[in-house]
Each structure stands twice: as structure tokens, then as C-alpha cells.
Design a protein around this ligand. Structure first.
Ligand SMILES: Nc1ncnc2c1ncn2[C@@H]1O[C@H](COP(=O)(O)OP(=O)(O)O)[C@@H](O)[C@H]1O
Ligand SMILES: [Mg+2]
Length: 247
């Protein structure tokens, strides 16, 4: 289990509560309704996949869950805190302290060595260099690429870069790991390794929300939420999901 020593440890409600979330994008005179009333509650320790076709509103809801954006209307409560009305600085703090991101394109800084990429979130939280180094090495050990710590991203395979991104996501001990199409750029064997590793992280107590358009990826989670035209059309376990897809 992870170290949890923050004030919000006394909070006992759901980790994530999305209440009637709407997101409208304004493009000139036209309005795009990307999320149309999303209600979703996720408890600590869950492994949830959000699945939907391209354009269904997955990235929009991920940006809201990840405190990268706020809804047009509705409420987002993360570990008891109302994130939906926060300003940019407050959102940045939430992202840094509570959320570990894994993206399709890894997003490692090309001019930084792996160890510095992994320890970067700790720099933003003002942690000194010796502790940053120690924690980054521990995170790299955990994902199995500690020997690459001095490499630059272009000296590593795609799978190794994604492991580096996972180490970076884990380093702050986040309340939530948010993965957007994390296997999108990986071959099938490397994808399999990553999904197995995410499962293991979940079994160790981490809460994971994984966004995908791929059914076989979604079925690696414990709970599947399907979204269509910005609305939830299904929410259940993998067996129920298979039955509904088949029927
Ligand atoms: N920044 C934006 N400005 C305008 N429209 C957007 C923006 N982001 C997404 N959209 C539109 O919102 C809808 C949902 O998009 P998105 O959440 O990216 O879906 P998905 O990730 O499932 O492909 C789409 O119609 C998309 O074109
Ligand atoms: Mg998307």
C-alpha cells in the first residue's frame, strides 16, 4: 500500500464524483456539446476503463477528471474538493499533487535524461535534489528500467519510454492514475506488458482510470463505462459489458 499522509486522508466518500457534467466548446458561432450530463462516481482502489468511439467525448471528460479543464456546468468533486470552480493555479496544484498522467505519446522531455524526466513532478512540489533522485530511482526500479536512468528518451524503445512515463506518473504517490490511450503507440506485446503492469498497480491499491477506444484494452479493467455523444450509455463490470456488446 502507498504512503498516505495528507490531510485529505480523513475523507471517506468516493474519490471521484462527477455530477451532471456538461462541456460546451464555442467555435465562432457554433456550439459543440462534447459532454452532455455525465454522472459518474469512482471509489478509491477501482480500475475503470472509459470507452467510446472517436468524438464521443472521452478526452473532454478526461481533461475534466485530470483537472486540465473545468466543465461548462456541473460539479466535479475530487477527494472531497470541488475542482469544478478552481482557477488555473489551483488546478495545477491538484494535477501535481493528486494525479499521475500517462499519455499515448509518453510526453517525456527529449533533452532531459530519464531520471530528470521522472523526478520532474517532485521539482514542481519543491522537494530537494537528493530525495528527488532517490525517489526517481525507486520508481524506475519499480517499472524495471533503473539501468536506463542516464539515457535520453531517444535512446530508449517505445515500451521503455512508456515505462518511464509510468514511473513519472507514480512518483508523487498520486490519488489517481489517469491513462489516455496508453497503449496507442505500442506493439501488442509491449501493450500487454503495460496493461499487466497497470493491473498490478491497481492490485497494490492504486486507483486507475484508463481511457480507450479499444474493447480488448477496456476489458483489462474491472469496470467499464461506455460513452456515446457525451453521455454514459453503459456502466458495469466486464462480464456485463461483454453480454451487452454480444446482445
Ligand atoms: N478544444 C475543442 N474545441 C472545439 N471542439 C472540440 C474541442 N475538443 C473536442 N472538441 C469536439 O468535442 C467532441 C468530443 O471530442 P473529444 O472529447 O476529443 O472526443 P474523443 O476523445 O472521444 O475522441 C468532438 O465533436 C470534438 O470535435
Ligand atoms: Mg480523444
Amino acid at each position: 500500500m502507498k504512503n498516505r499522509n495528507r490531510v485529505e486522508d480523513t475523507y471517506s466518500g468516493p474519490l471521484i464524483q462527477l455530477i451532471d457534467i456538461h462541456k460546451v466548446y464555442y467555435m465562432g458561432t457554433s456550439e459543440i456539446y462534447a459532454n452532455n450530463g455525465i454522472d459518474l462516481s469512482i471509489n478509491e482502489g477501482e480500475f475503470v476503463a472509459i470507452i467510446g468511439k472517436s468524438g464521443s467525448g472521452k478526452s473532454t471528460i478526461m481533461n475534466i477528471i485530470g483537472a486540465l479543464d473545468v466543465p461548462t456546468s456541473g460539479q466535479y468533486i475530487l477527494k472531497g474538493k470541488d475542482v469544478s470552480k478552481m482557477n488555473d493555479n489551483e488546478l495545477a496544484t491538484i494535477r501535481n499533487q493528486m494525479i499521475g498522467f500517462i499519455f499515448q505519446q509518453y510526453n517525456l522531455l527529449p533533452k532531459e535524461r530519464l531520471i530528470n524526466n521522472v523526478s520532474l513532478p517532485l521539482l514542481y512540489s519543491g522537494i530537494g535534489s537528493a530525495e528527488r533522485h532517490e525517489r526517481a530511482m525507486a520508481a524506475l526500479e519499480k517499472v524495471g528500467i533503473a539501468d536506463k536512468y542516464r539515457n535520453f528518451p531517444n535512446q530508449m524503445s517505445g515500451g521503455q519510454q512508456q515505462r518511464g512515463a509510468v514511473a513519472r506518473a507514480l512518483i508523487t504517490n498520486p490519488s489517481l492514475i489517469l491513462a489516455d490511450e496508453p497503449t496507442g503507440a505500442l506493439d501488442s506485446r509491449t501493450s500487454e506488458e503495460l496493461l499487466t503492469f497497470l493491473k498490478q498497480l491497481n492490485e497494490e491499491g492504486n486507483t486507475i482510470v484508463l481511457i480507450t477506444h479499444d474493447r480488448s484494452v477496456a476489458e483489462r479493467a474491472n469496470r467499464i463505462v461506455s460513452i456515446q455523444d457525451g453521455k454514459i450509455t453503459f456502466d458495469g463490470n466486464v462480464e456485463e459489458y461483454r453480454r451487452q456488446v454480444a446482445g
